[in-house]
Design a protein around this ligand. Structure first.
Ligand SMILES: Nc1ncnc2c1ncn2[C@@H]1O[C@H](COP(=O)(O)OP(=O)(O)O)[C@@H](O)[C@H]1O
Ligand SMILES: O=C(CO)[C@H](O)[C@H](O)COP(=O)(O)O
Length: 515
């Protein structure tokens, strides 16, 4: 290139499918987020503990947000596309058409969501086998993983779903298939939710022992027998049909995907913290814990050697950062629990009216209300008499007990706005104490964690962040780019484009602020 001439900009698109909405971002070659769009997605709860979605609805939302973020951009400069998503189970027939995952036979609802707890009897039987693959999911399989859900479909929807099924995808892999026509699965989803081993592959004896020998018989063609590392480029890239849907050019690189929490982890865990006086500056990356807080919270810690932490998922090899083992702690409902407590309170209508009058979100209003009522004392002291046990949807980590329930102690007869604000605070504190409980379990097993890196919707709530810092006693680092999960998805697209050597070289996208 002749002197003074600027290299053309290169752009990457990241698409993040959360529980409640789909988001997209356009990111430039320095990792700066230039455009953002989001779109809600539909959810159904036909029975208690049954949670379903539609893969067609989700894909349509991906198309809406992608078209929005690339508006006004020369499409030739878009080099790569990456997806992340919740680890929900998508079911398609042999011609790739949606199949119903419900008794009603509604094939539009062909996704069993990650938080669906219908397969309790199945997961109990799986855990009774004490099979060796369970060592790599914290010792106990979660009802939120795929094996119990598959067994449920076989036992409950044999004719309408199981016998007709041709493809079972984790949602992140469904999206990369939809974009490219390539059915290869990401190592991330298969290792974390399907018992696949990065070193040994599938374990035939496990599937035979739990009654899903069908997969072994057809060489795992329905659940994936071609596995790629996250960020690997998928064959010929975007198909002409998907390009039309998404408003992009055919042939651009599409990456093997990540689960959403793992994209968030990738987006923040390697952040450049130099010059911020943080304890982790002189420490290895293994001293950092990425906490991705949305509907749920996921606690991602990495290590050079495998660490077995009872009740904490993993150790998973190369599932998030290549070459590192991952342990994934989690709280199944955090944002969802806060929303549940606040929206179910008698003073919620009053809160809505007052927040709207001040043009504030309900959470910004509650935070300022707590500041008002705390007077001279630290805000945390408002809850000396009120306590929440946050396992309203069971305990994912470290107790790994889906039967646990939530609890509130210290209730009075009054139900005014002060009570709502204090209940909200107690809920946030309970969630932060849950994070501390997980960190203690990880440290007892050999992790050495000094610093938390938060991202996800709840990291936009200063009270949530402050309580995590106060209760864990650790500094909490926030990326200057609040949409870190999307940065993680865009890292995948950038890696697939070949413009960067590996996902590790992109870790330093993003700068930090100390909380
Ligand atoms: N600005 C904010 N202040 C407080 N809470 C927020 C804010 N933005 C999002 N949240 C909360 O974060 C949760 C959703 O986070 P998000 O990362 O969007 O979830 P998901 O990826 O599961 O769809 C919700 O419970 C919501 O109430
Ligand atoms: O199981 C998980 C990751 O392993 C996540 O909790 C699940 O994917 C939902 O994520 P989110 O709270 O961001 O919607």
């Amino acid at each position: 290139m002749s002197g003074g001439e600027q290299k053309p900009e290169r752009y990457y698109v990241g698409v993040d499918v959360g529980t409640g909405s789909v988001r997209a971002a356009l990111v430039d070659q320095s990792g700066v987020l230039l455009a953002f769009a989001d779109q809600p997605i539909k959810k159904w709860e036909p029975q208690f503990n049954h949670h379903e979605q539609s893969s067609e609805d989700i894909w349509a939302a991906c198309c809406v947000v992608t078209k929005k973020v690339v508006q006004g951009i020369d499409l030739n400069q878009i080099r790569g596309l990456g997806f992340d998503a919740t680890c929900s189970l998508v079911v398609l027939d042999k011609q790739f058409r949606p199949l119903p995952v419900n008794q009603e036979g509604d094939s539009h609802r062909n996704v069993i969501m990650w938080l669906d707890h219908r397969a309790v009897s199945q997961v109990n039987r799986i855990n009774e086998t004490k099979h060796s693959v369970l060592q790599y999911v914290g010792g106990v399989m979660s009802v939120e993983m795929q094996a119990p859900k598959l067994l449920w479909l076989k036992e409950n929807l044999r004719e309408t779903c199981w016998d007709k099924a041709g493809h079972f995808f984790d949602l992140p892999d469904f999206l990369s298939w939809k974009a490219t026509g390539v059915t290869a699965r990401s190592l991330c989803s298969l290792v974390c939710k399907w018992t696949y081993s990065a070193e040994k592959g599938w374990d035939d004896s496990f599937w035979k022992m739990i009654g899903l020998e069908d997969f072994v018989a057809d060489n795992y063609s329905k659940i994936g027998n071609q596995v790629l590392p996250p960020g690997a480029s998928l064959e010929n890239g975007l198909t002409p049909e998907a390009a039309r849907d998404l408003g992009l050019l055919p042939g651009i690189a599409v990456a093997a995907s990540l689960i959403d929490a793992h994209a968030g982890g990738l987006g923040v865990i390697g952040a450049d913290v130099r010059g911020h006086g943080l304890i982790c500056e002189g420490q290895p990356v293994t001293s950092r814990l990425a906490v991705i807080c949305g509907t749920s919270s996921c606690h991602m810690g990495i290590s050079k050697d495998p660490i077995f932490v009872p009740g904490v998922w993993g150790p998973y090899f190369s599932a998030m950062v290549p070459g590192f083992w991952l342990n994934e702690g989690g709280q199944s409902v955090t944002g969802k629990l806060i929303d549940h407590m606040v929206q179910g309170h008698a003073a919620f209508p009053e809160l809505q009216v007052k927040a709207t009058a001040r043009c504030q979100s309900i959470y910004a209003y509650l935070n300022s209300h707590l500041d008002l009522i705390k007077k001279a004392q630290p805000v945390g002291f408002l809850t000396v008499d009120l306590h929440v046990w946050p396992d309203f949807h069971g305990n994912r980590s470290p107790l790994a007990d889906l039967t646990l329930k939530g609890m509130v102690t210290g209730l009075k007869l009054s139900q005014d706005l002060d009570d709502l604000a204090i209940l909200y605070l107690a809920t946030v504190q309970a969630i932060a104490l849950g994070t501390r409980f997980i960190i203690e379990a990880m440290e007892a097993a050999g992790h050495s964690i000094s610093t938390l890196f938060l991202c996800g919707g709840l990291s936009k709530n200063p009270l949530f962040v402050q309580m995590h810092a106060d209760i864990t006693g650790m500094p909490v680092v926030l990326s200057q780019e609040v949409e870190s999960v999307l940065v993680g998805a865009a890292i995948l697209g950038a890696c697939a484009s070949g413009d960067f050597a590996s996902v590790q070289t992109l870790h330093t996208w993003g700068f930090v602020e100390r909380f």
